[in-house]
Design a protein around this ligand. Structure first.
Ligand SMILES: Nc1ncnc2c1ncn2[C@@H]1O[C@H](COP(=O)(O)OP(=O)(O)OP(=O)(O)O)[C@@H](O)[C@H]1O
Ligand SMILES: [Mg+2]
Length: 503
């Protein structure tokens, strides 16, 4: 590869009260390369990106892009330079269609009016080029997260970017969609687009990238050619130590049935029946859209169910609202933290305590013991290693992964007996993942139970006692521990299997 530098980072720093999000960063990106930026949650990756897109004004330093030096960029300048970004948090407009979103702000016009037909045609063509099947007239809010992500990518690609930045693009994708995404990236690479790629899935860094730069706590650590290092070395650059990469296993037996779901059916889920035992981690595998999230939401009272019944510890359980579920001792850690998990405008303490209150109010707690409240919050900040100056920091100011940890802390603090984890480690760095697995183990060792929806195969296989696989709203199979394999899960998750299963 020719080594023309397209982007030079010079002494770049971004300071916030109590946090050096970036501290004197220097490195270069070559034209046409795919360059990964890695680091733990809160290392400064998204902050770096925000400076490149003009969303942030750096405290110090400058960037040189294609030979011109800028002490800061405005969003407009950044766009005109051909810098395009796929954000970690979606930036789509939910009530507009796919094609309206792709061309938002750059609508194709006929006279003074928007030419929707032309936009639809162009979007359709883009889909075809990228090998994606998508209803371009559908409203974005009606698509699953994976497809929303694909729309984000299409939006960026359609801008003919010179530098394309992807901040955890694959976090909401399962294996299948990740494959589609990889193909899109390979096509962009062939077209000579320079890519900055941020991901906590390190395998992707090795599969897609040429070089990798590591940040740690806002500082620059190193830049390496990907084929000169292995995963273990990369992790040790990121976390400053070597990590155990196996899964912890809980030291407890499985007890009696605590939750029995019988014939649960709603707009997506079809006749779902299963039993969850005391002390068990029950995994749910499947592709995006298989109905796992909807099933979880129904059990948590956040989605309706038309027919079916549930027994909790032998007694009828019929949640109409999440509040009912919490009071019955069932908590949910949702996949979409921005909309369901945390309140961005509240601080860490308020977020963690909020759901405790919702649960405690049933027990008629007359007052909040602020000392107890503080020590409870402190405990979770410490256990989950939430990176923040203090517990009064707004959750909206935390890094993506640290927001996810607040969601976890919030639900752990409710002391529910059953926790449903929907993609528990999405956006969480390698070190913290292990901590979360250990917390899950401790949880079931106390005789509590977990339902874990996960699209990460190693996690699903490593943590579950039993795996139920769903496909198109139905259960397509159940695997005991000695039957676990990636192939078997994928086979059950894909379509043909359910056809056989239905006779
Ligand atoms: N507006 C802000 N005010 C205060 N602190 C902030 C603000 N934005 C970011 N930070 C802090 O800066 C640090 C770096 O955050 P950043 O979002 O860049 O991390 P990241 O590397 O992208 O992490 P993740 O992997 O979790 O997405 C974090 O400690 C974060 O809390
Ligand atoms: Mg980030």
């Amino acid at each position: 590869m020719e080594k023309n530098t397209i982007l030079k980072i010079k002494h770049l720093s971004q300071y916030y009260p109590g946090v050096k999000a970036l501290d004197d960063i220097n490195f270069e990106i070559y034209e046409g390369e795919t360059h990964a930026v890695c680091g733990e949650n809160g290392a400064g990756k998204s902050t770096f990106i925000k400076i490149l897109t003009g969303a942030n004004t750096p405290t110090k330093g400058s960037i040189e892009f294609a030979g011109h030096e800028y002490s800061c960029l405005t969003p407009k300048e950044s766009m005109e330079l051909g810098i395009s970004v796929i954000y970690q948090e979606f930036s789509l407009i939910p009530y507009l269609s796919v094609s309206e979103n792709i061309f938002y702000g750059r609508e194709i016009k006929k006279g003074v009016f928007r030419d929707l037909t032309a936009m639809n045609e162009k979007a359709q063509q883009l889909c075809k080029e990228m090998g994606v099947e998508l209803d371009i007239e559908a409203r974005v809010c009606d698509l699953g997260v994976a497809y929303q992500q694909i729309v984000e990518i299409m939006k960026a690609v359609s801008r003919k970017a010179r530098l394309l930045i992807m901040d955890e693009p694959t976090a909401p994708l399962t294996l299948n969609e990740t494959e589609i995404f990889f193909n899109i990236v390979r096509k962009l690479q062939q077209d000579g687009v320079t890519i900055i790629f941020i991901s906590h899935r390190l395998e992707e860094v090795f599969e897609l990238c040429n070089r990798v730069t590591v940040f740690c706590d806002g500082r620059y650590i190193t830049t390496k050619n990907v084929d000169e290092i292995n995963k273990k070395q990369l992790i040790s650059y990121m976390v400053g130590r070597e990590l155990a990469d196996d899964f912890p296993s809980p030291k407890n037996g499985i007890g009696e049935v605590v939750l029995k779901v019988d014939g649960l059916t709603n707009h997506v889920v079809r006749n779902l029946s299963f039993e969850l035992h005391k002390g068990e981690i029950l995994g749910f595998g499947g592709l995006v859209g298989a109905g796992r999230t909807e099933a979880a939401q129904a059990i948590f009272g956040a989605d309706t169910y038309q027919t079916g019944s549930m027994l909790l510890n032998g007694k009828p359980y019929m949640p109409r609202l999440p509040k009912d579920a919490l009071q019955a001792g069932i908590g949910l850690i949702p996949e979409d933290r921005k909309h369901q998990g945390v309140i961005m405008g509240l601080n860490i303490r308020e977020n963690i305590i909020y759901s405790v209150l919702e649960r405690c109010s049933a027990k008629l707690f007359p007052y909040i013991d602020s000392q107890r409240e503080k020590s409870c919050v402190e405990k979770y900040i410490k256990e989950l290693n939430i990176k923040a100056p203090n517990m009064e920091e707004l959750v909206g100011n935390l890094s993506g992964g640290n927001q996810q940890k607040v969601v976890l802390g919030k639900m752990l603090a409710t002391e529910c007996d059953i926790l449903i984890f929907d993609e528990p480690t999405r956006g969480i760095d390698v070190g913290a993942k292990y901590e979360i697995y250990q917390l899950m183990c401790q949880f079931v060792e106390q005789g509590k139970s977990i339902i874990m929806i996960s699209s990460e195969m190693p996690e699903l296989i490593g943590m579950s006692n039993r795996i139920i696989v769903m496909c198109e709203g139905r259960i397509s199979g159940e695997l005991a521990k000695n039957e676990f394999s990636q192939e078997r899960i994928l086979e059950l998750a894909s379509k043909h299997c359910i056809m056989e299963g239905l006779q």
